[in-house]
Design a protein around this ligand. Structure first.
Ligand SMILES: NC(=O)c1ccc[n+]([C@@H]2O[C@H](COP(=O)([O-])OP(=O)(O)OC[C@H]3O[C@@H](n4cnc5c(N)ncnc54)[C@H](OP(=O)(O)O)[C@@H]3O)[C@@H](O)[C@H]2O)c1
Length: 306
């Protein structure tokens, strides 16, 4: 079974590469942005014609959340048109697509059941609340909007697609919040981190593992059940704030840096972030019989490697 991975030099691409050896039944084809540019239809066709993959994991994306506000066309070209190109070529080669999307499709204000929300605080009133796959997306910025447009284009283009929304990705690979905190701990004595955005960190290697488990699961089926396609949420278990996430990183690393909690308005950014983007993972756990690690356990696991 051939599994083609786009965006291979990115964080998730590298996480997939790091565990590929655990899956001897899979022939992996890792393509970086030079080998496969998802905005180039002809390039997509050539690569698929050569490898004829059974599955494609599309990790390629424009992920510069703040920069997207000033270059929306580029973000749209990659996240919406690029995602559509991949779905179209997957259809041509009957390749099952696993596409990665984001909690940034939510602003945390709109939901199917607004009764759960305090409209002013943009926070849920139920403590164990999680956004489900059927909650209505409403992106707060260009990045989230273009990712949502990509989801919609895929759903129109190719039925055999799974869209996996994830949140707060970090790992020993690429650029991410955890690595920024570790670097700042060596450069500064004090640091301020926002404490009023609630979500769940996701270890990219955990996401990589579940993507490959899903592929193994789907590949074992003789006739693929239609209802297995569609949108899924995946993050680690639990929830926290960026401040608490940083605190846990420094605690595990025994860093003496002084950490201050600040509100979002104390750290203005070009792009607005979701206030609350905890994802409900009931669907992915039930359909694919998965157990998911708690975010603190996965963070400890990751920090042992850096
Ligand atoms: N990072 C997060 O916190 C987070 C959270 C939720 C969801 N996600 C989603 O998770 C997925 C993986 O994220 P990540 O953290 O691995 O992102 P990343 O580290 O920024 O990697 C993205 C990769 O996409 C490649 N790429 C950009 N334009 C491309 C194009 N036209 N054709 C092919 N490849 C292209 C980039 O290559 P170059 O470097 O060569 O440009 C880069 O290697 C993305 O879909 C992202 O939206 C991320």
């Amino acid at each position: 079974m051939v599994v083609l991975i786009t965006g291979a030099n990115g964080q998730l691409g590298q996480a997939l590469f790091s565990i590929a050896g655990n899956y001897p039944s899979i022939d992996f084809v890792f393509c970086n942005s030079k080998e496969l540019d998802i905005t180039n239809k002809e390039n997509c066709k050539q690569v698929f014609e050569k490898h004829k993959p059974s599955f494609c994991i599309n990790t390629a994306a424009y992920t510069a959340v703040d920069k997207a506000e000033s270059e929306p066309e580029k973000a749209f070209e990659i996240n919406a048109n690029g995602a559509e190109n991949i779905a179209v070529v997957c259809k041509q080669y009957n390749t099952i697509l696993l596409h990665i999307s984001t909690d940034f499709v939510f602003d945390a204000y709109y939901s199917n059941d607004n009764a759960y929300y305090d409209r002013e605080l943009r926070l849920p009133l139920k403590s164990n609340f999680g956004l489900t796959e059927t909650d209505i997306p409403f992106p707060a910025g260009v990045y989230g909007l273009t990712k949502l447009q990509g989801e919609e284009a895929i759903q129109i283009a190719w039925i055999k697609s799974l869209i996996i929304r994830t949140s707060w990705l970090y790992s020993e690979f690429g650029n991410n919040f955890m690595k920024t905190m570790l670097r700042l701990a060596t450069e500064k004595d004090t640091i301020s981190v926002v404490n009023d955005q609630i979500g769940t960190p996701t270890y990219a290697v955990d996401l990589a593992s579940i993507l490959l488990e899903i592929i193994i699961n789907l590949n074992q089926e003789e006739t693929m059940a239609q209802e297995k396609f569609g949108i899924y949420n995946f993050s680690n278990e639990g929830k926290t704030t960026w401040y608490e996430f940083a605190k846990e990183i420094f605690s595990i690393k025994k860093s003496t840096i002084q950490l201050h909690a600040i509100p979002t308005f104390g750290y203005p950014t070009p792009a607005k972030r979701p206030t609350y983007s905890v994802l409900d993972k009931t669907k992915i756990k039930n359909v694919f019989k998965l157990t998911i690690n708690d975010w603190k356990a996965s963070l400890k696991n990751c920090l042992e490697k850096v």
